[in-house]
Unconditional design. Structure first.
Length: 453
């Protein structure tokens, strides 16, 4: 599938819904990040970040420095903080009002609190304050402004206080000051305390002490990466959790199957009813990981990935000139029946196989319902079809989202506790209409009702 979309100024964009097309372009290495985003980020924060950087050597240096803080073994704190925030904040709030809750607000509060405590050791107090003017809401606004920030020349951006430049500069200054304050506070505390903090920012600052000057990141680059981490880690996870509950609330059989896993299979197989980080690491929560993957397949919160073609390219009878902007449409690619049978159905089992099996084959719904067996997560589009471009829950290849394990761990533990306590429903009159502004989102609020088990 190929769609031509007219740009807002003079640039056209081709939207691609064929994963084989993307695979061919990636193999030839003829695309790059859009340059305007990098220019805008450097102008606003004084440093680039791994999301916008298109110089491979520079990007690779930053990625190498950030990777240890985002490795699965470093993220035990995410599981701990998520469980704590669920038990102290979200579940008590649900208990106050079980009916027709705006879960987008609930999950926004939760993910902000988790990313604040696990990412920065900072309490955003998100369940108790008005979010309208909060730091995270302002950063979301800035992220939405970035694609149009460079419409006017730099001298206009710097000297004429018009939209979108003035608000972008005010928000970036506010964010820079806030993160600088956290960094300076953290440096002081780390000097005073014998046991260093284990949040991601602290891990990064501690690791920086061992970096050479040539390979290190400046404060500006750390702040720029913190901006991406906060924006991406907060909203995308909240949206994903919202779509998961919508899928379960509208598919009774799918909800019955996840309740079977939590209420019967998990305690039967593993002799426990609680969840901890080791359960995630050892694969005991793989059914929940499959639920997250299936939600991202149906509702990819980052619905499009934009690139610029660096060399004229011909695909079948189509010629794409150098400089053309293209966008991969994951909404289309994830519905390709060559890789995803029953593409419009919510079937987490498609990402699961028997743990003791050496054959790359998804279990069926009926197999799961009739048996209690250990299962392992797997990627059918890769292990069966050898096409990594048929699915992009968190990106693809070396540009895959660095915070994917953070988001997955948070989502799994949130889901485990909600399913353990409640059943979910939504009005039969609700019709899901999707909008895409920065992230994929429902046009109308998701009002979910909870029933105590």
């Amino acid at each position: 599938m190929y769609k031509v979309v007219l740009g807002i100024v003079s640039t056209g964009m081709i939207v691609i819904g064929d994963s084989l097309f993307l695979k061919e372009m990636a193999t030839r290495k003829i695309t790059n990040k859009l340059p305007d985003l990098k220019e805008s980020v450097i102008e606003l924060f004084g440093g680039s970040n791994i999301f916008v950087e298109n110089d491979y050597e520079f990007w690779h240096r930053q990625r190498k420095l950030l990777d240890p803080a985002f490795a699965p073994q470093s993220l035990k704190i995410v599981a701990k903080v998520t469980i704590d925030c669920m038990n102290r904040f979200l579940i008590p709030n649900i208990e106050k009002n079980l009916l027709m809750r705006n879960i987008e607000v609930d999950f926004s509060n939760l993910t902000l609190e988790v990313i604040g405590l696990a990412g920065f050791n900072y309490d955003f107090n998100s369940f108790n304050i008005n979010q309208k003017d909060s730091l995270t809401v302002q950063t979301q606004k800035l992220f939405g402004i970035l694609p149009v920030y460079n419409i006017f020349p730099k001298w206009i951006r710097q000297h004429v206080g018009i939209f979108p430049h003035k608000p972008a500069q005010l928000i970036s200054n506010q964010f820079t000051k806030s993160i600088n304050d956290i960094i300076n506070e953290r440096k002081t505390k780390n000097q005073e305390e014998e046991t260093p903090h284990s949040d991601i920012l602290s891990l990064l600052l501690n690791a920086r002490e061992n970096w050479s000057k040539d390979e290190s990141m400046t404060d500006e680059e750390i702040i720029s990466n913190c901006f991406i981490f906060l924006v991406a880690g907060h909203e995308t996870t909240a949206r994903t959790l919202g779509f998961i509950l919508y899928s379960l609330a509208t598919d009774k059989d799918a909800q019955d199957r996840i309740h079977k896993f939590i209420d019967h299979d998990y305690p039967t197989l593993y002799g426990k009813e609680t969840f901890d980080f080791e359960d995630y690491q050892e694969g005991r929560m793989d059914y929940l990981r499959a639920v997250v993957k299936e939600s991202l397949r149906l509702y990819p919160v980052v619905a499009f990935a934009a690139r610029q073609v660096t060399k004229t390219f011909k695909w079948k009878d189509i010629t794409i000139p150098k400089g053309t902007q293209i966008a991969a449409s994951w909404l289309d690619i994830h519905k390709d029946e060559r890789y995803w049978p029953q593409p419009n159905e919510f079937i987490p089992e498609r990402f699961l196989k028997r743990k003791d099996s050496t054959i790359a084959q998804s279990i069926t719904i009926e197999e799961f319902k009739s048996q209690t067996i250990p299962l392992s997560i797997f990627n059918p589009h890769i292990e069966i079809h050898q096409n990594p471009f048929a699915f992009s829950g968190f990106g693809i290849g070396n540009r895959i989202c660095q915070g994917r394990y953070f988001a997955e761990i948070e989502s799994c533990f949130c889901l485990a506790l909600l399913v353990k306590h409640y059943k979910f429903s939504i009005s039969p009159n609700y019709k899901l209409h999707l909008d895409n502004h920065v992230t994929l989102r429902p046009r109308e609020p998701l009002l979910i009702s909870f029933e105590k088990k």
